[in-house]
Write a protein that binds this ligand. Structure first.
Ligand code: ADP
Ligand code: TYD
Length: 189
């Protein structure tokens, strides 16, 4: 079973993923594998060196990385649940914010399995960016405007996809975690 956690930088994905894993293991006695994208060292390096200059190449690099990631996930059959911190909704939301045709991104990612559940941590970019420690303030303006578009793209994607549940991530972490647990509970019961 595949659960994806999505949202803009600083929306709380990594924190939520870790706490959900702990809860599923301790309270629900599930075997849980936590993973994330970008997945491979090699392609992450290419993304850093080449990707950001050219959104078409970036789309292909993130999608190729996902191909390797999905093949790896398919072999991890000793787990009940796999949680991935980012998945193809990130590519759709981010690279279409960079001007890439959304339908082409969907086409490039069409062979990858759809998560049974996707939790979208929704938050205004202005708040998310205050939570990002590593952010280089230098391109603050550029990052903020991109993340605003990414957030809108994410919300657009949820419109006709009921496997994606929106959680308001401006709430306290405890409230976000509690809502996330309810959705996961529904899925595994
Ligand atoms: N609901 C929340 N309210 C306030 N701060 C949060 C919340 N969720 C996460 N954080 C904090 O925000 C920062 C970014 O969280 P993180 O999980 O790394 O986000 P992401 O993986 O989406 O970039 C961390 O310092 C984390 O402790
Ligand atoms: C997976 C993925 C990530 N990204 C972006 C999101 C992040 O800004 C950046 C690196 O991802 P990541 O290292 O996960 O940063 P964060 O912890 O903030 O999520 O890559 C895309 O643009 N497209 C994608 O398909």
């Amino acid at each position: 079973m595949l659960i994806a956690i999505e949202g803009i930088d600083g929306s709380g994905k990594t924190t939520l993923a870790k706490e959900l894993k702990k809860w599923l293991e301790n309270e629900k006695k599930k075997k849980v594998l936590l993973t994330a994208e970008p997945f491979t060292e090699e392609i992450s390096k290419l993304i850093q060196e080449e990707g950001w200059k050219d959104p078409v190449t970036l789309t292909l690099l993130f999608s190729a990385d996902r191909g390797v990631h999905v093949n790896w996930i398919m072999k991890q059959n000793q787990y009940d649940i796999i949680i991935t911190d980012r998945y193809y909704y990130s590519t759709i939301a981010y690279q279409s914010a960079m001007g890439i045709d959304k339908n082409w991104i969907i086409e490039v990612n069409k062979f990858f399995p759809k998560p049974e559940l996707t939790l979208l941590l929704d938050i205004p970019a202005e708040i998310a960016i205050t939570r990002i420690k590593k952010d280089d303030k230098f391109n603050f303006k550029e990052k903020l405007s991109l993340l605003k578009k990414v957030r809108e793209n994410y919300l657009e994607i949820t419109k006709n996809e009921n496997s994606i549940k929106i959680i308001n991530s401006t709430k306290t972490f405890e409230e976000v975690l509690s809502e996330a647990k309810n959705y996961v509970e529904e899925l595994i019961s």
